[in-house]
Ligand binder design. Structure first.
Ligand code: 2RA
Length: 347
């Protein structure tokens, strides 16, 4: 039994990672199709030991396709997701276009896969499921076991986000500025508002009226939607000169007492998490080590002495994987495992 899967945005950072993860995890496919804009038609994409040629999204017929994994930006999702969903295919969308719609589930399988059961039972569903923003995905995976244990009241998060979250051009900008600085070229910011090489920028996505950025607002809105609307969230999102891997310093206040040891134990037993917390030089994870890994790593678990029932921790994950491509494929896996999607065409 295999599913026909199409990837929209096949040539992007996340799209390419999706093919790698589908192959790596042996997702049960009967066929995999790479879709992109007309500009990229014919471009070759690796899928396991096969090479796929990109087809044109504009004239692709989705009849018989089971899953459409979209990562081509919000405008493409807005233009296509409903049309594709209406053909009966399940769209799992990595953009922010539908995340905050009341009737679109926002899923991190380790946290709220059960929401899929109710959604798939609805007759009026649009067949669109949203994948959260990268910084939220790793955060809620780490918060969930602690929330179950001691009930979170409030969190304060500072993110250290890699340039790959901004796409390939952003990675090129860090690379070119870094090389340029060694030969005395003055860096020209283009994708980023200021120099990113040898610098940090406290600004991701657009500014909102209250002074927070959209990236910071996403962490707040998505954490509430996925985990618990009662949790208070404040975030400062910062871009750092790292190619892959987002890090987060998280301070948490709980309703009930919880010790660092209890937190460590709960995190160790939770799905998708690897605890590396040795309280010595090097006894924690950095983004360079998280790259290419599926886990959300938690280190530096300790008491936050500024509040009653407070803890602090450091959370790192590969933003192109758990923050995007992996979580998308885990949503498809959850739908298959829960018996919620059957192949439309027998393989
Ligand atoms: C970023 N949150 O890191 C974005 C990617 N989804 O810029």
């Amino acid at each position: 039994m295999g599913y026909k899967v199409a990837v929209v945005g096949a040539t992007g950072n996340v799209g390419r990672e999706m093919f790698e993860i589908l192959a790596e995890r042996n997702f049960p496919v009967s066929e995999v199709v790479a879709l992109a804009s007309s500009r990229s038609v014919g471009r070759e994409i690796s899928f396991g030991d096969k090479v796929l040629k990109c087809k044109n999204l504009d004239d692709y017929d989705f009849t018989g396709t089971d899953f459409v994994l979209m990562s081509a930006g919000g405008d493409i999702s807005k233009a296509w997701a409903a049309k594709i969903g209406a053909t009966g295919a399940i769209v799992i969308d990595n953009s922010s276009a539908f995340r905050y719609h009341e009737d679109v589930p926002l899923i991190v399988p380790e946290v709220n896969a059960h929401v899929l059961d109710a959604y798939m039972a609805r007759n009026d569903r649009k067949n669109i499921i949203a994948n959260p923003n990268c910084s939220t995905a790793q955060l809620v995976v780490a918060l969930k076991p602690l929330h179950d244990l001691a009930k979170l009241k409030r969190i304060v998060v500072s993110t250290y986000q890699s340039v790959s979250g901004g796409g390939k051009d952003a990675m090129d900008e860090l690379w070119n500025q870094t090389k340029g600085i060694f030969v005395n070229d003055s860096p020209t910011p283009n994708k980023f508002p200021k120099q990113i090489a040898f610098n940090v920028i406290p600004h991701i996505d657009v500014f909102m009226e209250d002074g927070y950025t959209k990236e910071e607002w996403k962490v707040l809105a998505e954490t509430k939607k996925i985990l618990d609307p009662k949790i208070k969230v404040s975030c400062t999102a910062v871009r750092v000169p790292v190619f892959v891997g987002h890090s987060e310093a998280v301070n948490m206040e709980f309703e009930n007492p919880i010790t660092p040891d209890e937190a460590r134990e709960a995190l160790r037993n939770a799905p998708g998490i690897m605890v590396v917390d040795k309280r010595e030089a090097g006894g924690y994870i950095t983004p360079v080590e998280a790259k290419g890994d599926d886990a959300t790593f938690v280190s530096r678990i300790r008491e936050d002495v500024t509040v009653e029932n407070g803890l602090a921790m450091w959370v790192v994950s590969d933003n192109l994987r758990k923050g995007a491509a992996l979580n998308t494929i885990q949503i498809a896996e959850a739908l298959v495992e829960r018996g919620l999607v059957q192949p439309r065409v027998a393989a």
